[in-house]
Design a binder for this molecule. Structure first.
Ligand code: ATP
Length: 326
């Protein structure tokens, strides 16, 4: 069952009197029990894409295209309907739990709030009891519900964020860098917890991360974004071991591929920075940094095309790469 369908989404911020196109023509779907990852360098539009799903963007932002949540058009929802859908239809785990939480309310109160909001018949003590259960489910002792965010460790706070996201039993969870700033052990525990929710509850997970090893290990499908576009998409376990788009290849080159000693010995760096969205180059947005760019890359904007079963890439070289020519 498809939970989220994004079709040709464009998101443009209005910043200091100029247009800033952050997402440009992105389409993707997330089904129940599926994990879809979004990869890419900072500023390529990952968080904008995630926050647009629940209409959490600033009011001045221009959006076109379609976002269907459970088949319902998010842009056309009334505020009442949107409130009902947030937490229940889909919820977001933001990066940096400390900043996303209210410092003067206990974590139990913060988990209980959406429960009471969505089920007014549930009394406060019942919602707090439910908060304890949710904390236990994510591996935090239920008694910690009376702690304030600053009294918990970073890993516990991130788990509390996941407990909040689970409070109303959402079909879809959007996790934006859920393990950033956590140590490796805690990172693995948080990822295992999310994977369990997908496997055992059939939750759909849209997972945003700049950490390719996390994405490769957990995603059924990964979309690599560059300058607001998806430049390659394919199964998580294969995409980074065998990327077709030069940008995805370069990103993958920065990470060792397990079982491939060559990738560990010769990481290919990625010189330069992504373009300023206000001054995007013509043609393929990656061409100024691309080691294999051709003259036509400066003028031709290549759409995603099939590279193989379940795989697509937006590059003039794609057929050559497959043939080993580029
Ligand atoms: N509220 C905003 N107003 C104006 N511009 C914004 C706003 N939020 C983000 N941007 C710009 O939109 C572009 C995409 O940002 P976004 O945060 O979506 O990227 P990202 O890939 O999630 O990056 P990061 O990994 O650093 O969070 C960037 O150029 C950013 O500066």
């Amino acid at each position: 069952m498809t939970l989220l369908e994004i079709k040709d989404l464009h998101v443009t911020y209005r910043a200091r009197g100029t247009d800033l196109p952050a997402v440009r023509g992105v389409s993707l779907t997330v089904a129940a029990g599926q994990t879809v990852g979004i990869a890419g360098e900072s500023g390529c539009g990952k968080s904008t894409l995630a926050t647009s799903v629940l209409r959490l963007l600033p009011a001045s932002t221009r959006i076109s295209g379609e976002i269907l949540l459970g088949g319902e058009d998010v842009q056309g929802m009334t505020f009442g309907r949107l409130r009902a859908v947030r937490w229940q239809g889909a919820s977001i785990v933001f990066q940096g739990a400390m900043h996303a939480m209210n410092p003067v309310r206990t974590v139990g109160q913060q988990i209980a709030e959406p429960i009471m909001l969505h089920t007014p018949a549930v009394r406060r003590d019942e919602a707090l009891r439910r908060a304890s259960e949710l904390l236990e489910q994510v591996g935090v002792p239920g008694a910690r519900r009376s702690a304030y965010p600053h009294e918990l460790s970073g890993g516990q706070r991130q788990r509390v964020m996941i407990a909040m996201a689970l409070a109303c039993g959402p079909d879809l969870i959007i996790a934006d860098e859920p393990t950033t700033a956590l140590d490796v052990m805690v990172q693995a525990q948080v990822m295992a917890l999310l994977a369990e929710l997908v496997r055992e509850r059939g939750v759909g997970l849209l997972l945003i991360s700049h950490d390719l090893s996390v994405l490769a290990a957990s995603c059924d499908t990964v979309a690599v974004m560059y300058a607001g576009r998806i430049v390659e998409t394919g199964p998580g376990h294969r995409l980074f071991a065998d990327a077709a788009h030069p940008y995805a290849k370069a990103l993958a080159g920065a990470f060792p591929v397990i079982g491939d000693p060559a990738s560990r010995l010769a990481p290919r760096g990625l010189p330069g920075d992504p373009p300023d969205p206000r001054e995007l180059p013509g043609g393929c947005p990656f061409h100024p940094r691309c080691a294999v760019a051709l003259p036509e890359c400066a003028t031709e904007d290549i759409a995603l095309r099939a590279v193989g079963p379940d795989r697509r890439a937006a590059c003039v070289h794609v057929p050559l790469i497959l043939g080993g020519g580029a």
